[in-house]
Design a protein around this ligand. Structure first.
Ligand SMILES: *Cc1c(COP(=O)(O)O)cnc(C)c1O
Length: 373
């Protein structure tokens, strides 16, 4: 689905040197590279505070801890997402309240959020799924009206610009009280292992996040509260500093590849190409089609037989996952998510796609629909 080797080879010398420098300095934890990456990402995002941590799941967990969410508090998020979003809610004994998504953009449906709010609701977690932002104007307005926190899960959309109603342009993850991201290798800004970060414009909250991520201590060996151990290591930070300089160019390349797919599949009776939400730039973490009146599983097998990777993100809605079964929800509770889970397929999209390979992929997809039945 991605070509991480090809991407590495283009920056190999720089990356190898940076890794060696960290090894030679042996400042593996919280070294100068981490601080420098933090500041460079703050500048890139125009956000006051970036707090690096060990992975995107930790970022979400630390965000909810820093906001003092208490057992039983309700947190609203999308049914159509990667499990991490709901996992940390459940882990902290908060109550995940799932809502459906918009059938065109795949992101959380604001009217469904309003309908799910109760006196126990404390936070909303919009997920900027597949590389474009949820309707943040609507989400922020609902949050203001009901006095709720907004934690953006921007693991799939780092770098995407969002144009607010008032014309202000900001980066995904900088509109809510906290933004959370992941540097998992296949994410748009990926390191060579695990990594993550939280973003915030709130000074006090940022200090609290830092403390929680560091065993609840603000002074070494003095622990004010129960925290976690969640750090980005210096080698990963050194790699991320280099890749951050290429992030906009990587996003442009992903958009170009998406454009080629869009044109190849335009108007096809069985294929719905991804719809771009007017307010958000799309950075195409995934290029995800909806397949109509045909079996997308058979399409996937057909592609795999031809050595073309294709993935189903995600095959099962959260409310139908064994670990998240809940008497409030049943089959039919979230019809849009259920429909998407049964009809989407994602094609390879990355920064090293050649015309030849993409031509092979589009031809194979189109050929599949020419088969009898
Ligand atoms: C990848 C991802 C996460 C979790 O990130 P990790 O670094 O793997 O823990 C959370 N939410 C979404 C939407 C993701 O895609």
């Amino acid at each position: 689905m991605v070509d991480l080797v090809g991407q590495y080879e283009k920056i190999q010398q720089e990356v190898d040197e940076a890794i060696l420098n960290v090894i030679r300095s042996s400042a593996f934890i919280n070294g100068p590279e981490v601080k420098a990456f933090q500041q460079e990402l703050e500048n890139y995002l125009s956000v006051k505070h970036v707090i690096p941590c060990a992975n995107g799941t930790d970022a979400l967990q630390i965000a909810m801890m820093a906001l003092n969410l208490q057992p039983g508090d309700e947190v609203i998020t999308a049914d159509f997402t990667y499990v991490a979003t709901a996992e940390v809610i459940a882990l902290l004994k908060l109550r995940p309240v799932l809502v459906d998504v918009n059938p065109e953009t795949f992101t959380i449906d604001p009217s469904a959020i309003e309908a799910a709010i109760t006196s126990k609701t404390r936070a909303i977690v919009p997920v900027h799924l597949f590389g474009q932002c949820a309707d943040m104007d609507a989400v922020m307005e609902i949050a203001r009206k009901h006095n709720l926190h907004v934690i953006e899960d921007t693991a799939q959309a780092i770098g995407a610009n969002y144009t607010q109603n008032n014309g202000r342009v900001c980066k995904a993850g900088t509109m809510g009280i906290i933004g959370c991201t992941s540097f998992f290798p296949s994410k748009n800004l990926g390191c060579f292992g695990d990594g993550g970060a939280l973003f915030s414009n709130d000074d006090q909250l940022a200090a609290r996040i830092r403390k929680i991520a560091n065993h609840g201590q603000s002074v070494q060996y003095y622990h004010d509260e129960v925290g976690v151990n969640s750090r980005l290591d210096s080698i990963q930070a050194a790699i991320l500093r280099i890749k951050l300089r290429h992030l906009d160019e990587y996003a442009a390349e992903r958009r170009r590849v998406a454009g080629v797919y869009d044109r190849a599949f335009a108007g096809h009776p069985n294929i719905i190409t991804p719809k771009v939400f007017s307010r958000s730039e799309h950075v195409y973490h995934q290029y995800t089609l909806i397949i109509k009146n045909a079996d997308r599983n058979k399409l996937r097998e057909y592609l795999l037989e031809r050595d073309i990777p294709a993935m189903i993100y995600y095959p099962v809605p959260l409310h139908m996952q064994k670990a998240y079964l809940d008497e409030r929800y049943h089959e039919g509770s979230f019809p849009v998510t259920e429909y998407l889970c049964s009809s989407v397929i994602s094609l390879p999209v990355h920064t090293e796609m050649t015309g030849e390979i993409q031509g092979k992929i589009t031809s194979a997809v189109l050929d599949f629909f020419k088969l009898p039945n």
